[in-house]
Design a protein around this ligand. Structure first.
Ligand code: C2E
Ligand code: MG
Ligand code: MG
Length: 726
């Protein structure tokens, strides 16, 4: 068969040669009979002619020799011979030659395995012609049939190859698929079970073939009896391709797991079948659950986060609106948490937060929500609260509980908390208002000394508005150069010389009159204005130093107060360097007053900044000393030159021995650390003499001079005689 294809291909590939050979055959067929006929006629003529000559010679001779074979007999014999010859030629032409040709072609053809266009003698007529054309016709039919057969065989071969490779593909997919592939027939019996199915379910293929799908799916029956799967098996649906659904699957050992299953339907010889693609999604579901949890919970304490808190608050308010009940909202902010965090390290800070979170959790009723809103801020949603009095009881309890000491890494740590309370619907009727008002109450608690609670009151709203207004006014005043500095002298007790002054910020508000720094500085700190304002103060103090020099005042230092926010957030060192360059003031004449809390909130960073300032030549004094939380061991590392005894101790030294003892202790500490000590807020002669006796070196207070505007200070200085002012 292959030869036949090859031969036909060969012919097809050489059309020129085939045509030439056909042409040559035709010509051959036409030329040879004509030549043979001519030869036959020539022979016949020669034969007749020779017969005639012989007859004539015989006739002449017989006239001489007597009677012989009659001439007419010879003529008949000659004629007969001629007829035989012509007959032979005719028979040859009509029968023998076409038959020879046919046989020759058939012989050739029989060697050819391809059914050719035999094309038997086209010139043949009569019966042989009919036979030839019959054979010709059928040779063509056979040839066409053979060609069709050949191409069909080719196609089949191709189909077989394709089938084989798609079987291979299917097998490799089934074996390598990460998902279990389980196929069932119309009755629900398992007919295919891949390698992943063995892994996922623990059953070997031989154990499950022919078994019911129920063996591995807990609700396998329901799946087969209902929905699109059933529809497909019942032939109600033409096709099936189902999106994955969640099912509970069972392993060989009886344990169950969450799985995702998708179905596809297909037809087999025996009927409809279903392929089930089963994926173990236990881990996926767990991580989804974890992600969902993280989206709504704080990872450190596992308490609900702000998102969930908002949600729960909205829900509680909606329920309370329906039931006409009250909801309490408490916002808690830990006091001085940052200090603890910085001193003990962040890991300890985290542990502390977890302990506080657990303590708060332990206090909540089932319907309450304790949330962590961020940093050291917590919130409690208290549905079904009867009255403000109830919230007060709870707030007091929470302050006590949070305040209980916590043992962390061998340290006993204690934190306080400031709580703001707002009640729905009395203090707000939506979540924003409730949060804002509880927040205001919490700030009020902070301002009122911390570690306490405040219930929201309407005037807090007014206070917040007022603070906002003041902040806006301060911004404008700063832009319009509306601030001023007052200078308060510092006197050296050994010789009554004015060795320095403290520059204190003054703001004369256009509408309100003078506003005290105690009021506006915290607002500037919270409103983000303190860095600019502080820079303005340093610049004004340096400029004034130059003016004092120009006016011929005795050389003295000017001390400037640096806010904690300015110290931490601002680029204090660089800004100061720029100002010194710009104003030409000498750094040795500039002093920065910082408080203990500024330093203790981030000791390492504070030491770095202080060192840089020290390198610049600026002196540093510790303001309000004794009121904050100083670690004496750190104090030794600080590059400071002065301690300022707070006014709160000085004002009581005449009446309270404790205060005098504290002042003595601070003076003793200053000596041992080689620091200068300044007492501030000295008003009376009694205070002055006690301080003098205790060995205090410098004094600042109304007894010598109140803070004065620069002009007044110049005059005062001119009047200063080295004792009390004239
Ligand atoms: P401070 O730095 O402790 O300033 C001393 C305060 O005590 C000043 O109050 C001063 O007027 C007052 N004082 C001084 N001697 C006496 C006295 O004998 N008796 C009484 N009763 N008071 C006396 P002032 O000016 O109201 O400043 C209050 C606080 O505002 C300052 O306390 C300081 O912390 C802050 N402050 C003032 N100016 C600035 C500033 O430019 N920047 C920053 N960050 N804070 C400033
Ligand atoms: Mg000060
Ligand atoms: Mg002070």
């Amino acid at each position: 068969m292959g030869n036949g294809v090859a031969a036909s291909e060969k012919t097809a590939k050489q059309p020129g040669r085939a045509a030439a050979s056909r042409e040559w055959n035709g010509r051959n067929r036409r030329v040879r009979p004509r030549l043979r006929a001519l030869v036959a006629v020539a022979l016949a003529l020669a034969y007749v002619l020779s017969l005639a000559i012989i007859s004539i010679e015989f006739t002449i001779a017989s006239r001489d020799r007597g009677p012989t074979v009659p001439f007419s007999l010879m003529l008949v014999a000659g004629g007969l011979g001629l007829v035989l010859l012509i007959g032979y030629i005719a028979i040859r032409k009509r029968f023998i030659h076409p038959l020879e040709t046919m046989v020759g072609r058939l012989r050739t053809a029989s060697r050819d395995t391809v059914a050719p266009d035999w094309n038997l003698d086209e010139g043949a007529t009569g019966e042989i012609g009919a036979i030839a054309s019959f054979i010709n016709h059928h040779s063509l039919v056979v040839r066409d049939a053979q060609a069709a057969l050949t191409s069909e065989i080719e196609e089949r071969k191709l189909a077989e190859v394709r089938l084989r490779s798609s079987r291979e593909l299917l097998r490799s997919i089934m074996e390598t698929a990460p998902d279990a592939i389980v196929c069932i027939d119309e009755t629900g019996a398992i007919i295919i079970w891949n390698a992943a199915a063995e892994r996922v379910f623990g059953f070997r293929e031989k154990d499950v073939l022919g078994e019911d799908l129920n063996l591995v799916l807990q609700n396998g029956d329901d799946i087969l009896r209902t929905g699109a799967v059933r529809g497909f098996l019942d032939r109600d649906l033409p096709a099936l391709a189902e999106d994955p659904t969640d099912v509970v699957a069972t392993r060989k050992d009886g344990t169950s797991f969450n799985a995702e299953i998708a179905f596809a339907g297909w037809e087999s010889e025996d009927g409809r079948c279903i392929s089930a693609f089963v994926r173990d999604v236990t881990e996926k579901r767990q991580s989804e659950e974890h992600i969902r949890f993280l989206a709504h919970h704080d990872s450190l304490t596992e308490l609900p986060n702000r998102t969930l808190f908002n949600d729960r608050l909205a829900q509680s308010l909606a329920l309370a609106r329906r039931d006409n009940s009250k909801v309490g909202l408490m916002l808690l902010d830990l006091d001085n948490f940052k200090q603890t965090n910085d001193t003990l390290g962040h890991a300890s800070g985290d542990r502390l937060l977890r302990v506080i979170a657990n303590r708060l959790q332990a206090q909540k009723r089932e319907t309450d929500t304790v949330a962590r809103l961020g940093g050291d801020e917590f919130a409690l949603i208290l549905p079904q609260f009867r009255s403000a009095a109830d919230t007060e009881t709870l707030a007091t309890r929470l302050i006590d509980i949070v305040g209980e000491p916590v043992e962390i890494d061998g340290h006993e740590v204690q934190v306080g908390t400031s709580i703001g309370v707002a009640l729905f619907p009395d203090d707000g009727d939506d979540i924003d208002q409730m949060i804002t008002h509880a927040d205001m109450a919490m700030y009020q608690a902070k301002e009122d000394g911390r570690n306490t609670y405040r219930l929201y009151a309407e005037q807090m709203d007014a206070e917040v508005k007022d603070r906002k207004q003041l902040l806006a006014d301060m911004r404008e005043a700063l832009a319009q150069n509306g601030f001023q500095l007052a200078f308060q002298p510092q006197v050296q007790l050994s010789d009554n010389k004015v060795v320095g002054s403290e520059a204190l910020l003054r703001w004369d508000h256009a509408a309100r009159g003078p506003v005290s720094p105690g009021r506006f500085i915290p607002i500037a700190e919270q409103g983000g204005l303190i860095v600019d304002l502080g820079e303005w103060v340093v610049n004004a103090a340096c400029t004034q130093l130059q003016t004092f020099d120009t006016l011929g005042l005795p050389p003295m230092r000017v001390a400037v107060n640096i806010s904690s926010v300015q110290f931490r957030r601002g680029n204090l060192v660089q800004a100061t360097r720029d100002i010194l360059e710009r104003t030409g003031a000498s750094p040795e004449r500039l002093e920065f007053e910082i408080t203990e809390s500024v330093v203790m909130s981030d000791v390492e960073r504070a030491i770095d900044i202080m060192r840089e300032l020290d390198e610049l030549g600026i002196r540093i004094s510790m303001d309000d000393f004794g009121t904050g939380y100083s670690s004496l061991s750190y104090l030794r590392q600080f590059p400071i030159q002065k301690l300022k005894i707070d006014r709160s101790f000085v004002q009581d030294i005449e009446t309270e021995e404790d205060s005098m003892e504290i002042v003595n202790a601070i003076i003793g500490l200053s000596r041992s650390l080689n620091l200068t000590v300044v007492a501030e807020g000295v008003e009376t002669d009694g205070q002055l003499s006690r301080l003098t006796d205790a060995g205090c070196e410098l004094v600042q207070g109304y007894i010598f001079g109140k803070p004065m505007m620069a002009d007044d200070f110049e005059t005062w200085m001119g009047d200063w005689t080295g004792g009390k002012p004239r």
